[in-house]
Design a binder for this molecule. Structure first.
Ligand SMILES: CCCCCCCCCCC/C=C/C(=O)SCCNC(=O)CCNC(=O)[C@H](O)C(C)(C)COP(=O)(O)OP(=O)(O)OC[C@H]1O[C@@H](n2cnc3c(N)ncnc32)[C@H](O)[C@@H]1OP(=O)(O)O
Ligand SMILES: Cc1cc2nc3c(=O)[nH]c(=O)nc-3n(C[C@H](O)[C@H](O)[C@H](O)COP(=O)(O)OP(=O)(O)OC[C@H]3O[C@@H](n4cnc5c(N)ncnc54)[C@H](O)[C@@H]3O)c2cc1C
Length: 602
């Protein structure tokens, strides 16, 4: 119910308080991240910690890191990541801001030459950030060397006013009433603003005092390294958001009753309807699947970072493909699922007090930020096409594409499934997912060789990413899992995750000959049985997420199930209910009613 200004001020207040507690309690970086997570309100600090600091860590020299990170860690400066412009977001190479080296003063001149070159979207830029990593075309000795990162001070550290030559503001209200409106996404124009040469982030390339451009020995793709890092964290965010929505919908489904009363008996809990289960339980399974794949992705990212430190860049393309693909598939599935959870809760799901509209609005932009989901899947497709061509020339693929090395078998195998029970076998499931992904990638490579097109391969990329998620779920179940019966429940969820994908993408599985129509219908039969088996534990499986009522913020998802009292209480909190007779009655409603009454008497 807060206005935009109040909401923004509230964000500043919470962030300042969180920082105070971080210092008082000597929280580690990881603990401080958790604190921000539970504040659960997008704000400038996200950009500071999640993008500004990592950009300096990844692209700054040791000396630059020492200088800037020391201030950033103490919050003496607040930073953002200013990449996107009004005219270009996905196409980073198309950015127009210029950084022209002036050897006479040893400075870069930062400039926005066109309207479309205005920086547009960076979080925290609008009203808060004092500094930014700004991406601009580096021009020296008359030559354009493409996009590079520069640290710029934007606002005075005394009175917070923008520095000379910098025009800066907020880009305006966004989707939903609260959601991302707590963030001051900003616009910025630069008018020949001068910065010292040593504010170019120089780990990837340097400009010498004389203006010579010098490459270092790290690949230029490291310019995109911050995005790889953030995409990895977004997978965990997606899993968390999805599990919150599912927790609300499952708990409410166990409380809500409609129809089914025979001779005055109790009505049916809506969660018992098969149509409800077939819509909701795949989301429950996906919430677990995304959590496990998110944990694995964090491991992969840590591994690639360690390798990069010792100048081993070999796993960077795979890390890019995995983070891009998983960010895309998990955030799209999550946004769709939250929307569906609202429908699964009927009319009450549409109320703000259900918590679902806010959850949807705040997670929807994850499909766009850090790379539009379609654009990112096309990057995965590009990686797959390269891998297929390497396999064709006899190179053994590794990591998440290792299955492609089994090309002889996977291109012609037939699924071993013959009975409903055969779909319980993880090896049988994995094989059909591998065969589908490989056959789609090979088909795509063949089509591209006939008629090259950038956009081919989107579906093949989805198939590959889904294979990764299914595989990581299966691998998780090979670990020791504590708790009586927990592993059995997770096995059922793993089955649901995989089989609902077969159901959803049956066209792919049939057209690539990976399963027959009969096997497809056996998979559906198995899925129905799994839904019935999961039903008795569905509430326990969402309770296991261990969310407090406060964090869930939902009248429908309350742990104690006292849904109707909560809805009733929440309704009375609405500002419209502050007066019995509404504002506007005297000016608009009364005259209208009186006039109609008069007319009716004529
Ligand atoms: C605690 C609570 C915390 C909550 C925190 C939430 C935080 C969320 C905050 C979110 C704020 C949002 C921030 C942003 O949105 S920042 C802006 C993000 N912008 C994008 O993501 C732009 C997307 N576009 C791109 O990434 C690239 O431009 C694109 C990859 C699409 C194309 O680039 P380009 O034209 O240069 O590339 P090519 O296709 O020709 O590729 C060249 C080669 O580089 C490889 N590549 C591309 N990207 C990467 C990468 N990231 N890492 C490694 N390698 C990469 C690509 O595969 C090509 O390789 P090959 O030539 O070998 O094929
Ligand atoms: C809430 C939010 C916060 C953000 N925060 C930041 C930030 O802090 N810093 C920052 O720098 N940026 C930020 N951004 C910007 C964000 O990164 C970009 O919006 C995003 O990368 C998408 O780029 P775009 O807007 O140019 O979309 P476009 O690329 O213009 O996309 C428009 C449509 O075209 C399609 N399309 C584009 N290219 C292709 C292609 N090659 N093939 C097929 N289809 C294509 C897309 O799929 C999409 O449907 C933020 C955005 C949002 C929404």
């Amino acid at each position: 119910m807060l206005s935009r200004k109040e909401l923004f001020k509230d964000t500043l207040k919470k962030a300042a308080h969180a920082w105070k507690r971080t210092v008082e309690l000597h929280l580690t970086e990881e603990e401080a991240n958790l604190l921000r997570l539970y504040i659960d309100q997008p704000g400038y600090v996200d950009l500071h910690w999640v993008m500004f600091v990592p950009a300096i860590k990844g692209q700054g020299t040791e000396e630059q890191q020492k200088k800037w990170l020391t201030m950033a860690y103490k919050f003496q400066i607040i930073g953002t990541y200013a990449q996107t412009e009004l005219g270009h977001g996905s196409n980073v190479q198309g950015l127009e801001t210029t950084a022209t080296f002036d050897p006479s003063t040893d400075e870069f001149i930062m400039h926005s030459p066109t309207l479309t070159s205005s920086k547009w979207w960076p979080g925290g830029l609008g009203k808060t950030s004092t500094h930014a990593v700004v991406y601009a075309r580096l021009i020296t000795e008359g030559k354009d060397y493409g996009i590079h990162g520069f640290i710029m001070q934007l606002r005075s550290l005394d009175d917070h006013s923008p520095l000379p030559g910098i025009t800066i503001g907020d880009i305006g209200g966004k989707f939903g009433s609260g959601a991302y409106n707590s963030m001051d996404n900003g616009v910025m124009r630069l008018d020949h603003v001068r910065i010292p040469r040593d504010q170019m982030l120089m780990r990837l390339a340097q400009v010498t005092r004389e203006g010579k451009y010098v490459h270092s020995d790290v690949p230029k793709q490291l310019l995109y390294g911050t995005m790889v890092y953030v995409r990895q964290t977004i997978v965990a965010d997606a899993s968390r958001a999805l599990s919150r929505a599912v927790c609300i919908a499952v708990r409410y489904g166990a409380i809500r009753k409609q129809f089914g009363s025979k001779a005055g008996g109790p009505e049916t809990q809506v969660l018992n309807y098969k149509t409800q289960q077939s819509r909701l339980f795949p989301f429950l399974a996906s919430a677990y699947a995304f959590r496990f794949v998110g944990q694995w992705l964090k491991w992969l990212y840590t591994d690639v970072t360690q390798k990069l430190e010792s100048k081993d860049f070999s796993t960077l393309p795979e890390a890019h493909a995995c983070t891009a693909g998983l960010k895309s598939v998990t955030t799209s599935a999550t946004a769709d699922a939250i929307e569906e959870c609202q429908k699964l809760c009927g009319g009450h799901g549409y109320l703000n007090s259900s918590g679902l509209p806010e959850l949807f609005a705040v997670n929807l932009p994850a499909c766009t930020y850090e790379g539009d989901n379609v654009v990112l899947l096309l990057q995965v497709a590009r990686f797959l096409m390269k891998t297929v061509s390497q396999v064709a020339s006899g190179k053994q693929p590794v990591g998440t594409t290792a299955y492609m090395g089994n090309i002889q078998h996977l291109m012609q195998c037939k699924s071993v499934v013959n009975t409903v029970e055969d779909w319980l076998n993880p090896a049988a499931i994995k094989e059909v997912f591998e065969a589908r992904a490989l056959r789609m990638a090979v088909n795509c490579a063949q089509n591209i060789s006939k008629a090259p097109s950038q956009e081919e391969g989107f579906e093949a990329a989805v198939a590959h990413v889904q294979l990764i998620i299914v595989t990581k779920f299966i691998e998780k179940l090979q670990e020791d899992i504590l708790g009586h019966g927990v592993k059995e429940q997770l096995q059922k969820l793993c089955g649901i995750y995989a089989l609902h994908l077969i159901h959803k993408h049956l066209g792919d599985f049939l057209s690539t000959g990976c399963v027959t129509a009969r096997q497809g219908s056996l998979a559906n039969e198995r899925l129905g049985k799994l839904y019935a088996q999961v039903r008795p534990n569905a509430v326990a499986l969402v309770d296991a997420f261990d969310y407090t009522d406060h964090y869930l913020g939902s009248a429908l998802g309350r742990y104690d199930g006292d849904v109707y009292s909560a809805l009733y209480k929440e309704a009375w909190k609405d500002p419209l209910n502050e007066t019995v007779v509404p504002d506007g009655y005297q000016e608009h409603l009364r005259p209208l009613l009186k006039q109609q009454l008069k007319l009716s008497r004529l």
